[in-house]
Design a protein around this ligand. Sequence first.
Ligand code: GAR
Length: 188
Amino acid sequence: MHSIIIFASGAGSNAQAIIDHFKQNGQAKVSLIVCNKPGAGVRDIAEREHIPFLAINKETFGEAMMIEQMTDLNPSLIVLAGFLWKIPASVIQAFPNKIINIHPALLPAYGGKGMYGHHVHNAVIRNKEKQSGITIHHVDEVYDNGNTITQACCDVLATDSPDDLAARIHKLEHFYYPRTIEFLLKSM
Ligand code: GAR
């Protein structure tokens, strides 16, 4: 069975969608959740789902001990699910081509530093875009830059608030992220 490590900083709804998907399909299991934000909702998910949880900070992120702990789990993929820190070179080099991210917009539009979560949806609405969507991509050493694996679009309505758009984007994410992971695992 494949092992997946999830990195998350927030509520963890994508983490939950991935956990639920692979509980059903049995092809993989989430062997660790890594989180940089004390009090993040994803911690409760880890506890409820009995998944080991690793809290990191600026000092421990990318340290040899952290990499060893991850390597011991032999992950097929490291999945960033609402994780907001840049991944250090030491982690990227330890897991080449194994790190993927989801971004709540159609990259390269609305990407880069400071463009995350509601900041993205606020900017999309402010610019009166007719469409937005999600991008799932490989992670390299430049923020929001790696090769695109897949994108999916949705409409932006003239009446949308940032929360309306966030909810529509989350639906897309919860559908496509687990299935994209499943697709990648099948080709390994
Ligand atoms: C998701 O919409 C994800 O695309 C976004 O954070 C949200 C996390 O939600 N990620 C970024 O903005 C990364 N640049 P969740 O904690 O409920 O999964």
